[in-house]
Design a binder for this molecule. Sequence first.
Ligand SMILES: C[S@@+](CC[C@H](N)C(=O)[O-])C[C@H]1O[C@@H](n2cnc3c(N)ncnc32)[C@H](O)[C@@H]1O
Length: 240
Amino acid sequence: MDRVELIQNIFHKTDFENYLEIGCQKGKSFLPIRAKNKIAVDPVFKIAIGRRLKWLFKWPANFKANYFRLESDVFFETQQDYLQNLDQLDVVLVDGLHNFRASLNDVLNTLVYLNIDGIIILHDCYPPHEAASVFADVFPTEEQQGELEGWTGEWCGDVWKTIAYLLEKYPDLLDVGVINTDYGLGYVRFKAEPDSRKFEVDEDLFERVDKLSYQEMMSEPEGIINLQPASYSETILSLY
Ligand SMILES: C[S@@+](CC[C@H](N)C(=O)[O-])C[C@H]1O[C@@H](n2cnc3c(N)ncnc32)[C@H](O)[C@@H]1O
């Protein structure tokens, strides 16, 4: 089951209405999701007119989808009233800037508005090889790619560190792990009602997790990122 199927099945099984996608690009995952209220955030949308039209007819709620041409940090900073008026976010796909700092900020900012029964899915949490896990600002440059042994054009960055951080920081508050499918689908759900909806980065922990290498993570993925088999998608669905 890939990210679109998992998210779609969650909407099928619930009365959830609100979907946020951080990092939308060509709309390949955003447009097919059949949710009532859809929000996309990306500084550079690349949705082809043909694809947009096709999905307007296949799922008319796409007519009233909201597109924010912004970096996600700026979105959360400037659109607080909009987010509060939405009531809550039910399902969120974090698939924007593929590095630890940005993906962690996306999750922590999302938790402020997440439905207590809602879910955050993070794409690219289990890189297929070391070259795909390299740190880069936006995407590995041609120069970086040339120096990377085993580069295949696939890039996940070090988003997996966000999972490692959340597992260590919030063992009682959050249910966190990675499903071994579609480059690793991270999941984050509330296990308990939070005392507060303020989530700040613990810089000491951030620094410690940031030092973990891809090889260290791969030597113990079940411990470091709570890696689960692909069939765990069904377990997640059974919770709804
Ligand atoms: C891998 S693509 C998203 C793919 C899409 N979710 C899909 O499944 O088809 C990553 C996207 O993140 C966007 N992005 C980069 N930096 C971002 C940021 N700071 N905030 C939000 N989106 C960002 C890029 O412009 C790019 O379109």
